[in-house]
Design a protein. Structure first.
Length: 363
């Protein structure tokens, strides 16, 4: 058989194959060079500089950078909460003066208009439902009831109820933040000197040209916290009436503010399931679940729990037994029974929109 002539399909295929081999070889060389560059880059990145090693060591000590200063992890939150408390305690101080003034004003007006209200109520009771004078008298009574109320029914006045509700929320918020700041400052005063003496910390800070935060920045904090404690770390608290129940404020585990419904003659503390989860209340293995009649013809299964701490203003008790309501009973909210805490004697003063707690003799 004769050899293929130049330009035939067989020779063309051979040329194409040679070109393909050369291109593939070139691509392989380029890929290998890229891989070597990537390995070199990663090797350089993984080799920390002395400054990076020093920074990692300080982070491992629980410190965080703020410019050229290194501080404990909670200091940023501490500064923010102290700043909030500065404003909040001023607002609460003003509110503590406004609410009693409005209560006194209502008492004065009730002395002037109370007989008129009682006279209208008595007159309306004597009239039939279709009496011609009834609509006019009802309008007069409604107008008076929007502006004045009996001293022991202050929550009937929307303005007073709203102010009391806001004031209670402020009291609880300030109390939680004050307790947290006190604990954070105490921890800072203990840890900062230890870190300042730590030779490793000194060496790493020197490498970075940085400095450790000082307690001087918190010099005035104790005075601020004392002012806050004078307002909220007291044996009384604001109350208001809503949905037929008096509403009180407590702190669970010194971290969770909670508004509860007051339950006269009850021995139980009931927590909504969501609240119990937030409080991280632990299950009480020494007690069994029980059926609770929470309303007429309504029974729910409650789970026994223990609250590490329950606080009412300045009064705190530990290891308090309570009950966790099931999720389907979330509409009931959380409730505090009058006899639920042996160590407390709580008195309600509707005429002042205040509840007072004092230590009682254990039963």
């Amino acid at each position: 058989m004769s050899a293929a002539a130049p330009g035939t399909p067989t020779r063309q295929a051979s040329v194409v194959a040679q070109i393909a081999c050369r291109v593939a070889s070139l691509v392989c060389r380029v890929c290998l060079m890229c891989l070597m560059c990537l390995v070199g880059t990663l090797t350089t990145a993984c080799a920390d500089t002395p400054e990076q090693q020093a920074e990692a060591a300080l982070l491992a000590k629980g410190l965080s950078r703020r410019g050229a200063t290194w501080e404990l992890a909670d200091e940023a939150l501490l500064r923010r909460r102290l700043s909030q408390l500065e404003r909040m305690q001023t607002e609460l101080f003003a509110s503590h003066r406004t609410l009693p003034a409005l209560i006194q004003e209502n008492q004065t007006h009730w002395g002037q208009l109370g007989r008129q209200v009682e006279s209208l109520e008595k007159k309306l009771k004597s009239l039939s439902t279709n009496h011609a004078d009834r609509p006019k008298l009802e309008r007069q009574l409604a107008q008076l009831q929007r502006t004045v109320a009996p001293p022991n029914e202050l929550s009937r006045l929307p303005a007073l109820r709203t102010l009391a509700k806001q004031q209670l929320a402020r009291e609880l918020d300030i109390l939680v933040k004050t307790l947290w700041c006190r604990a954070a400052l105490s921890q800072l005063r203990e840890q900062q000197p230890q870190l300042a003496r730590d030779p490793e910390v000194k060496r790493h800070l020197s490498q970075l040209g940085g400095a450790l935060s000082t307690l001087e920045a918190y010099r005035d904090s104790s005075d601020l916290l004392t002012k806050c404690e004078d307002l909220v770390l007291v044996p009384h608290s604001t109350i208001y009436q809503e949905g037929g129940h008096w509403r009180l404020g407590v702190i669970v585990n010194d971290t969770v503010p909670l508004t509860v419904s007051w339950m006269p003659r009850s021995n139980d503390i009931l927590l909504a399931s969501g609240v119990a989860a937030t409080c991280k209340a632990r299950i009480d293995e020494s007690r069994r679940q029980r059926q609770l009649e929470v309303e007429k013809d309504r029974v729910v299964t409650a789970t026994p729990i223990v609250l590490t701490t329950l606080r009412f203003g300045s009064q705190a008790v530990e290891n308090v037994p309570a009950w966790r309501l099931p999720p389907e009973a979330a509409d009931l909210g959380s409730r505090l029974g009058e006899r639920a805490v042996d160590q407390w004697k709580v008195s309600l003063h509707p005429e002042r929109l205040q509840a007072e707690v004092r230590r009682s003799v254990l039963r």
